[in-house]
Design a protein around this ligand. Structure first.
Ligand SMILES: Cc1cc2nc3c(=O)[nH]c(=O)nc-3n(C[C@H](O)[C@H](O)[C@H](O)COP(=O)(O)OP(=O)(O)OC[C@H]3O[C@@H](n4cnc5c(N)ncnc54)[C@H](O)[C@@H]3O)c2cc1C
Length: 349
């Protein structure tokens, strides 16, 4: 049980894939489990564990498995059971539910080693040379804090239209229910998520699907030893579907328009429902000393002893042609923390 009088060495807020990687790497680096505090409202593997089960991944099976085997403290190599994902072809993508199950197993495994608080962290402040973390379950002290709090989908909020949540739109059965009886549905975006949703709606045979986009579709293109549009390009089965159905040869029930004011005025308001697949913004947490939660985009440092990690605080990367992207994905988080943790271990209050 978490102790309000104890001074922890590390506190991790968030138990999605980023939080799991952070806890695993801290344990592997020799920090004793009794000195680590982990805070999450559910401990159900964040968004991958609770929202995107039926979504086709853009990561190959081999990288998912590499994540699970990367930390000794995950004990994945010592398990006696076999997970379904291990039977899949390593160089193919899969539904995200297949990685959610082993991640929950790994999360439960490290949970036993450390102290946890099942609740919401509301704010942080520096007090007596350490961070004080206020949560729904009490106030705790830690020398260092890693924020791995994830993000929420952006919304554009056009008036007079009923919004279908991104979570429901990405799930074929749920979007089928949400669109029951609708003749016309709008989708904003051209990302991986947007194309999965457009595909869901096309396959539901809705009479009219209107897709507003800002940019042409991007496809991830493997090169010699790097990938063009690795983070923003379509991959796997979604890329395959989009190449076949979007470029120049639209299904009969799909209409696509650049998201200009004129197109929106002409084509949006005849739709009954709308779905926004327009990216994510970091979840919020109040830090007393800081007006704005800005992280250094090359090393995750927010302030001494305070670090941002995961989709809320992504690393920015530049490809060999100088094109910048945010680096998001389970394996990318793991590779990143391998590089930044030695720095975080030295950059305390
Ligand atoms: C359609 C789609 C497909 C995707 N496909 C892939 C893929 O193939 N491969 C891949 O690697 N990634 C994929 N992703 C991305 C992946 O879902 C995210 O990168 C990942 O979930 C982010 O993990 P995270 O740990 O940063 O955040 P989250 O998963 O959001 O976890 C954050 C956790 O912190 C908790 N939390 C937040 N605030 C607080 C607080 N104040 N107090 C306590 N707890 C708090 C939350 O409840 C949650 O449990 C996909 C995403 C989408 C939308």
């Amino acid at each position: 049980m978490a102790d309000e009088n104890q001074h922890y060495q590390w506190c991790i807020i968030g138990a999605g894939v980023a939080g799991i990687a952070a806890v695993g790497k801290l344990l592997d680096s020799g920090i004793h489990g009794s000195r680590i505090l982990w805070v999450d409202d559910q401990f159900k593997v964040g968004d991958i564990g609770t929202k995107w089960h039926s979504v086709p991944s853009n990561t190959k099976v081999e990288l998912f498995i590499r994540f699970l085997k990367e930390c000794d403290s995950f004990q994945f190599n010592k398990r006696s059971n076999t997970f379904f994902i291990e039977k899949l072809k390593p160089d193919e993508t899969c539904q995200l539910k297949h990685i959610a199950d082993p991640l929950q197993w790994v999360s439960d495994c490290v949970l036993k080693e450390i102290t946890t608080v099942k609740g919401i962290a509301s704010h942080l402040k520096v007090k007596n040379h350490c961070w004080e973390i206020s949560t729904s379950e009490g106030n705790f002290k830690s020398s260092n804090v890693i924020l791995a709090i994830g993000g929420e989908p952006n919304s554009l909020e056009y008036n007079n239209l009923t919004e279908i949540s991104l979570k429901d739109a990405l799930d074929y059965e749920k979007v089928k229910l949400a669109c029951d009886g609708a003749k016309s549905v709008a989708v904003f975006g051209s990302s991986h998520s947007a194309m999965i949703i457009v595909r869901n709606l096309v396959e539901l045979n809705l009479p009219r699907i209107v897709n507003f986009y800002l940019e042409p579709l991007k496809f991830a293109q493997p090169m010699e030893n790097w990938t063009l549009f690795d983070n923003t390009g379509l991959k796997g089965s979604t890329a395959h579907w989009a190449r076949k159905n979007i470029n120049g040869n639209l299904p009969e029930n799909l209409y696509r328009y650049p998201a200009t004011d004129e197109n929106i005025n002409n084509h949006l308001y005849s739709c009954e429902k709308v779905i926004y697949a327009t990216g994510f913004s970091a979840r919020k947490i109040k830090v007393a000393e800081l007006a704005d939660l800005k992280h250094n985009v090359t090393n995750g440092i927010i302030a001494p002893g305070l670090f941002g990690f995961g989709i809320a605080f992504p690393e920015h990367v530049v490809d060999p042609f100088g094109y910048k992207e945010v680096n998001v994905g389970m394996w990318k988080f793991m590779a990143y923390i391998n590089r930044v943790l030695p720095l975080w271990l030295r950059y305390g209050l």
